[in-house]
Design a binder for this molecule. Structure first.
Ligand code: IPM
Ligand code: MG
Length: 358
């Protein structure tokens, strides 16, 4: 029996998670596995209920579970709060407490959605399939920070700091992932300016000797942002620190047509993982049955693959998503001028497709 902590969160979180659970249910039926869900608040919902973005009880539930499935957090109602009380703190604290240092963000362009991409279709010929491996529990997100005076005026600072061990363990995941794919690794840094990046590059170069089968390329982050648009199909695995991965994965999401399509997995040393769409809580869409549930559904698929060893079920969900898109089913974010379906209908059609493929 797999125990899953379900943290729907804020905005569109609850409605996309509902559809992920609907598809998970269909997958369990078809592939004969059992799971139990345990709901808990996080983010704004948790702040309203308990005063904290990550209540102790939610953390305990996640620690006891085999995996965590999360919707999204945040919204205008909590924007005025100080940094350590904001909804986003809930996710950051959870990633850190569960030691989930490796964030996997696959960027896949679906054939059926080539027209939804803002890039010229010629740039996408040959297929675009990138895996971001983003360091998630270090760097400037967690380094020393604070306020102090600078030249007599108030100033603030955040610190980018990485140890050799932190770089090695995330790079190890990236090299191993590249080995299972097309054996190309792009490491992103700003080694022309930052000391932390120079260390990053040294460690990657040193490790590359142990992976002679992997072709390693280094790109400065500004150049990487440009190359992603110029030659998106040339990338395989892209390894980044915490903040560069945050920025570049949002940029890369647009290559696919919509951030509403993209899932993520956050992993640590054991099989426990946190699975969440890379999109935010989209308060403007919340409660309107307008959001795309595919990112949440594909996050559930990643959970099956990485935490539960149900890779067949994971693959079947991905096939069902692909099939439904091929049939022309579109939520508003990927519709262009085509007719649209709502969040619930999209989830239902993917679940039905999954059972039909049986
Ligand atoms: C993401 C988000 C988070 C991050 C926020 C919500 C803290 O943007 O998962 O990409 O910056 O990591
Ligand atoms: Mg982000």
């Amino acid at each position: 029996m797999h125990h899953i902590a379900i943290l729907p969160g804020d905005g569109i979180g609850p409605e996309v998670i509902r559809q992920a659970l609907c598809v998970l249910d269909a997958a369990a039926q078809r592939f004969n596995f059992a799971y139990k869900t345990h709901f808990a608040p996080i983010g704004g919902e948790a702040i309203d209920k308990t005063g904290k973005p990550l209540p102790d009880e939610t953390l305990r539930l996640c620690q006891d579970a085999d995996a965590v499935l999360l919707g999204a957090v945040g919204g205008p109602a909590w924007d005025h709060l100080p940094a350590d009380k904001r909804p986003e703190r809930g996710i950051l604290a959870l990633r850190s407490a569960l030691k989930l240092f490796a964030n996997l963000r696959p960027i896949t362009v679906y054939d059926a959605l080539k027209d939804a991409s803002p890039l010229k279709s010629a740039l996408l010929n040959g297929g675009c399939d990138i895996l971001f491996v983003r360091e998630l529990t270090g760097g400037i997100y967690f380094g020393p920070r604070g306020r102090q005076m600078k030249n007599g005026v108030e100033a603030a600072y955040d610190t980018e700091i990485y140890s050799v061990d932190e770089i090695k363990r995330i790079a190890h995941i990236a090299f191993e992932m590249a080995r299972k794919r097309t054996r190309r690794l792009t490491s992103v840094d700003k080694a022309n300016v930052l000391d932390s990046s120079r260390l990053w590059r040294e460690v990657i170069d040193e490790m590359a000797f142990s992976y002679p089968d992997i072709t390693v390329e280094h790109l400065y982050v500004d150049n990487a942002a440009m190359q992603l648009i110029c030659r998106p199909t040339s990338f395989d695995v892209i390894l980044t620190n915490n903040i560069f991965g945050d920025i570049l994965s949002d940029e890369a999401s647009q290559i696919t047509g919509s951030i509403g399509l993209l899932p993520s997995a956050s992993l640590g040393a054991d099989r426990k993982g946190l699975y969440e769409p890379i999109h935010g809580s989209s308060p403007d869409l919340a409660g309107k049955d307008l959001a795309n549930p595919i990112a949440a559904i594909l996050s559930a698929a990643m959970m099956l693959r990485y935490s539960f060893d149900e890779s067949q079920a994971a693959g079947a969900i991905e096939c069902a998503v692909d099939a439904v898109l091929k049939h022309g089913v579109r939520t508003a974010d990927i519709a262009g001028s085509n007719p649209t379906v709502g969040t619930a209908r999209m989830g239902h059609l993917i679940a039905s497709e999954l059972l039909k493929q049986q």
